[in-house]
Design a protein. Structure first.
Length: 478
């Protein structure tokens, strides 16, 4: 086991309360006050307790009484996300027909289309809400909401044979891919995603077609659309544990040497010092892992020097947030990578740090692989020389609720205790809310570069920080 990973595993968590002032929260508001056509989409989530599961039929009966499912706009399509305990329901044709009838809201539609997938958990109350079980619904018009629903899914590459099915949420120029849950122990499928078509029959709806899919796009119809990740609300809680440093030498996703006080040292040396002599705040958060924030230009992270708080003061009320600086880094090509391994070794291999190289849920095409190889050969890969790098720990999210989020995709954090949701009322309806939580992270892509008469390339980023969220809040403001 690499030395750095071994030291992370040996750190025992301690009890420490962190206030909001200790949280380096990244939260990017759209610079153009982006608004979505949310009036044309119905959102509704039903949360249940993992320790007291509610039968799907009971969820259906409860949903039937909810006024949110009236259908004056004659919606004819829906996206249904369920947690694994409800995965078998997706193969019950009569139950799904009853659900389609419910989603039609008593409106006579000739056909109703649906995409349904199994997700790891739900988190309808935004990043501060703990993972829950249940179902989450999004309803709209089929020609907009579910493009190419009946086109066959692309054939998977050999290396992607075991990859989970995905839902790709199209925000315009930005796409957020959500890997679905592993359902092998629930329905003998590695992951579960179906497309359904229901036809009107005898005053109701009857299943006409059900097809298993490996991917499906969900179009949220944002207008105007975000142009890049800089225009999307990305939120995560990070604590800096080193100052920003200049990268001296790297290759691909391997950082070899950094500069500290004018001296070139092995990339992991300073980080190992912090982890070998941990403060309470480091001990209580290190088990989640270490992340590196990389900025393509040293000047982008100069402001971090004034906001960096030493480890000894990290738990004090005077610690400053890193919010605005990290927003600027993301907006100008910066990235956040998980440290996979590092430390140890000797000679030229001493003190190397390995950044998570995964940028896409599926394997890259030959053309994309060649493009990445050329970037690495030209020293413009993950952490090129003369860029800045700073190391962070992911904090446990505050329990203070944030604003209502009508759409959110999040990365799983620590599971909540069953007692937290073990109430007499075992089901909770959350109106105007749709979203899910992934254990595998989120994959974001958007076009970058290019211009009039030139081609743009596709920028990719894996968001893996626990409790991080990509969201749209009240009013559809990103």
């Amino acid at each position: 086991m690499p030395l750095l990973v071994s030291r992370l595993c040996r750190l025992a968590p301690t009890s420490l309360s962190l206030t909001n002032s200790n949280t380096g929260r990244i939260s990017r508001r759209g610079a153009h006050d982006l608004r979505s056509r949310v009036k044309d989409l119905t959102r509704l989530t039903f949360l249940t307790s993992p320790s007291r599961p509610v039968h799907y039929a009971k969820v259906l009966a409860t949903a039937k009484k909810h006024p949110q499912l009236e259908n004056p706009d004659k919606h004819d399509a829906a996206v249904l996300l369920v947690t694994p305990e409800y995965s078998r329901a997706l193969e019950d044709d009569q139950l799904m027909a009853d659900f389609a009838q419910l989603m039609a809201g008593g409106t006579n539609v000739p056909q109703f289309h649906m995409a349904a997938g199994v997700v790891d958990t739900l988190r309808a109350h935004g990043p501060s809400g703990s993972p829950r079980s249940g179902i989450s619904l999004l309803r709209g018009h089929s020609q907009n909401l579910l493009p190419r629903l009946w086109e066959p899914s692309p054939l998977k590459a050999v290396e992607d044979t075991d990859a989970a099915s995905v839902l790709a949420f199209d925000l315009g120029r930005v796409s957020v891919t959500l890997p679905l849950a592993n359902t092998i122990f629930h329905n003998q499928r590695p992951s579960t995603l179906f497309a359904y078509r229901f036809n009107a029959a005898n005053g109701g709806l009857r299943l006409a077609q059900r097809v298993e899919k490996s991917s499906q796009t969900v179009d949220l119809a944002l207008d105007p659309a975000p142009r890049s990740i800089a225009d999307v609300d990305v939120s995560m809680a990070l604590l800096p544990i080193t100052r920003p440093r200049r990268v001296v030498n790297s290759f691909g996703n391997i950082v070899r040497r950094i500069e500290v006080d004018g001296e070139s040292i092995p990339a992991s040396a300073e980080l190992e010092d912090v982890l070998n002599n941990p403060s309470d705040v480091v001990k209580s958060n290190a088990l989640r892992g270490v992340w590196a924030v990389v900025a393509p230009q040293t000047s982008l992270m100069e402001e971090f020097e004034s906001t960096y708080t030493s480890i000894a003061q990290a738990g004090s009320e005077n610690s400053e947030r890193t919010t605005s600086q990290l927003q600027k880094v993301l907006a100008n090509g910066g990235r956040i990578y998980k440290i996979l391994s590092g430390g140890g070794g000797w000679g030229t291999k001493k003190g190397l740090l390995s950044l998570d190289p995964q940028e896409s849920h599926l394997a890259l095409s030959e053309e994309e692989e060649m493009d990445r190889f050329m970037r690495e050969m030209s020293d413009s890969g993950f952490a090129p020389a003369d860029s800045s790098i700073q190391f962070f720990l992911a904090l446990e999210e505050s329990t203070t609720p944030r604003e209502h989020l009508w759409f959110s995709l999040s990365v799983a954090g620590e599971p909540a205790s069953d007692e937290a949701h073990d109430t007499a009322d075992t089901m909770e309806a959350v109106t105007e809310s749709f979203g899910a939580c992934s254990n595998k992270g989120l994959f974001v892509s958007w076009p970058q570069g290019g211009g009039a008469g030139s081609e743009s390339t596709l920028a990719r980023w894996k968001l893996s920080v626990p409790n991080s969220v990509i969201s749209i809040g009240n009013g559809g403001v990103l």
